[in-house]
Design a binder for this molecule. Structure first.
Ligand SMILES: Nc1ncnc2c1ncn2[C@@H]1O[C@H](COP(=O)(O)OP(=O)(O)O)[C@@H](O)[C@H]1O
Ligand SMILES: [Mg+2]
Length: 373
């Protein structure tokens, strides 16, 4: 009996680091095609030419960031004349902070925080790289954080037209976006020079999720902590969410639940408890990424009895509030569905044939309290 209990100073984690957000896995399987496309895009840079711009698309937790980091590791191992800079746009969301980040990478120090204009910062970066014959590759990761104020247009325009004013300077951009396209976002002048190679990151399939999580658990937990049956539960919940991050976080939280009970292994119940907690973390993460219109429509759905209504009713309310047309309404619905915030089903034979029911996938009050203001 006593052997089953965990002592207060014991842990089930062999290596807790592997469950952290910034952990870069050594094995990055199931993304060979995407890695190949990325390598194809940067290849010209290895010969000193301008790289092909790339656009990584796919829902959250499909390996976009990891692929870029892996690519950049490969480049840095291979050459010093291609300089990759990874920008997390959630942290660096302005022209100035992005170019500061690049400046730091090249000169090893942060630029003076005042008194130097963005233009001078950029000129210094570009002329230095041109004289070194080095090629710059900038990854704008989670680019939606650059949409406000059209910051994205200014930044891309600066990069992509720079060779005209600064001969010898070569730069390429890799954009990562948690959507299926970047349509209607960019200014058409930017669009016409950006012309990226599109690289899709589809959600992982169940067996891929199983393999990835199983490997992660093996690295992170002591033997015997996670049984095959319990892992299956984690994998099912992850597949349902479509986001690998949910699964990795779930492994960690379930294990903490097990430790809380002083158990030597994770039970199905630990997973379920942990899932409830992480579900809301995930919800908050997704809600933060919504545009104002998406938020408005989601709130309208949440305000309906039991969080569901016919799509026609929703449209008339939405139209009243947002003054937008049906195309826009339908587009937002599709996006909210892709984010798994709502689901759509058809009623049986109604008066007007099959009509669509939209239902919130979360408790309405949970959504309403998290989208106030
Ligand atoms: N093919 C893979 N093999 C192992 N771990 C992966 C794989 N793809 C993603 N991950 C892990 O899943 C999490 C989310 O991946 P990430 O690259 O951040 O996704 P995205 O940028 O598309 O949201 C990270 O912790 C990452 O380590
Ligand atoms: Mg990412």
């Amino acid at each position: 009996m006593k052997d089953d209990m965990l002592l207060w100073d014991e842990t089930l984690f062999k290596d807790p680091e592997v469950f952290e957000l910034d952990y870069v896995p050594e094995h990055f399987d199931h993304r060979d095609a995407q890695m190949k496309s990325l390598r194809f895009c940067v290849r010209p840079a290895l010969r000193g030419a301008r790289p092909v711009n790339a656009l990584c698309l796919g829902p959250p937790g499909t390996g976009k960031t990891t692929a870029i980091i892996k690519l950049f590791e490969e480049i840095e191992k291979h050459t010093r004349s291609v300089i990759p800079v990874h920008i997390n746009c959630q942290i660096d969301g302005t022209r100035y902070s992005i170019f500061s980040r690049i400046y730091k990478k090249i000169f090893g120090v942060t630029p003076p925080s005042s008194g130097i204009s963005f233009k001078r910062l950029f000129d210094k970066i570009a002329s230095t790289l041109a004289s070194r014959e080095a090629v710059l590759i900038v990854a704008l990761d989670d680019v939606s954080y650059l949409f406000p104020e059209k910051e994205i247009d200014h930044i891309l325009y600066t990069f992509l037209r720079s060779h005209e004013s600064l001969p010898g300077f070569r730069a390429g951009v890799i954009v990562a976006h948690s959507e299926t396209s970047l349509r209607y976002i960019l200014d058409h002048r930017v669009e016409s020079v950006f012309r990226p190679e599109e690289i899709q990151f589809p959600p992982y399939k169940r067996d891929e999720i199983f393999a990835i999580l199983s490997r992660r658990a093996q690295l992170g937990f002591y033997p015997g902590v996670l049984s095959r049956d319990v892992l299956d539960v984690v994998v099912d919940l992850t597949a349902e969410s479509g986001d690998l991050r949910v699964g990795i976080d779930l492994l960690k939280r379930s294990c903490l639940e097990a430790e809380r009970r002083a158990s030597r292994s994770i039970s199905e119940d630990d997973v379920k408890k942990a899932f409830e907690r992480s579900r809301f973390l995930h919800l908050e993460h997704v809600l933060r990424s919504l545009s104002r219109d998406e938020r408005t429509l989601l709130r309208i759905v949440a305000e309906q009895p039991e969080g569901k209504a016919q799509s026609g009713e929703l449209y008339s309310i939405y139209h009243e509030v947002a003054h937008s047309g049906y195309t826009k309404f339908y587009e937002i619905l599709k996006r909210l569905e892709a984010l798994r915030l709502i689901e759509t089903s058809f009623t049986g034979s109604g008066m007007r044939g099959r009509s669509r029911i939209i239902r919130l996938r979360y408790d309405p009050t949970e959504v309403l309290t998290r989208t106030e203001g």
